[in-house]
Design a binder for this molecule. Structure first.
Ligand SMILES: N[C@@H](CCC(=O)N[C@@H](CS)C(=O)NCC(=O)O)C(=O)O
Length: 221
């Protein structure tokens, strides 16, 4: 039997958190090797483990995968979270790319300089409330089924629910006018695998605090 996937990243959300969520939702156990210093990153770079000298990197099925979306696509394909045909897959990709665009501003919030935090937060609120969340609400409302792609969980649902939690931490009332998104969040959160991941003590990471930001600066800058 193949060993558990090994995730190489720092001990924080960043770009690895969607990978943790997806593996957890698929019920896959994984190990984590945390980068703690610049030397840890240099070691991975020097031994040729990082194709573009960057993390996230995931060791899985004899491969050292980098590029977050490629990692997510592989996990989704392997664990049947990528639709049943090419059309469903195209929709999943389209939905997930929108999520990745929103996530790009969300995941940077702890790292933007103090004087830019307010503006970045305003941008997150605006994009979540007026662009991305209404679009996913409309999809769910249009077919009235349980998940973005009909009645089958996909990587898009898992990513969206992760984002709903993350944006709610920054903007607690953001879901007030999105009943479909609230229902999706409840539904996905109640899946046994996700429920377990949402419990304290799981490998889910908290919102990055100052200590984590300092660590990231030390490793990457
Ligand atoms: N497109 C890449 C971007 C990866 C990325 O920017 N990784 C950062 C850490 S979150 C990094 O390794 N930075 C160091 C560098 O770019 O040299 C992905 O999605 O995986």
């Amino acid at each position: 039997m193949a060993g558990k996937p090994v995730l190489h990243y720092f001990d924080g959300r960043g770009r690895m958190e969607p990978v943790r969520w997806l593996l957890a939702a698929a019920g896959v156990e994984f190990e984590e090797k945390f980068l703690k210093t610049r030397d840890d990153l240099s070691r991975l770079r020097n031994d040729g483990s990082l194709m573009f000298q960057q993390v996230p990197m995931v060791e899985i099925d004899g491969m050292k995968l980098v590029q977050t979306r490629a990692i997510l696509n592989y996990i989704a394909s392997k664990y049947n979270l990528y639709g049943k045909d090419v059309k469903e897959r195209a929709l999943i990709d389209m939905y997930a790319e929108g999520m990745a665009d929103l996530d790009e501003i969300v995941l940077h919030q702890p790292y933007v300089p103090q004087e830019e935090k307010e503006a970045n937060l305003a941008k997150i609120k605006d994009k979540a409330r007026n662009r991305y969340f209404p679009a996913y609400e409309k999809v769910l409302k249009s077919h009235g089924q349980d998940y973005l792609i009909g009645n089958r969980l996909s990587r898009a649902d898992v990513y969206l629910v992760e984002l709903l939690y993350h944006v709610e931490e920054l903007d607690p009332t953001v879901l007030a006018n999105f009943p479909q998104l609230k229902a999706l969040k409840t539904r996905v959160s109640n899946l046994p695998t996700v429920k377990k991941f949402l419990q304290p003590g799981s490998q889910r990471k908290p919102y990055e605090d100052e200590k984590c930001v300092e660590l990231v600066m030390k490793i990457f800058h």
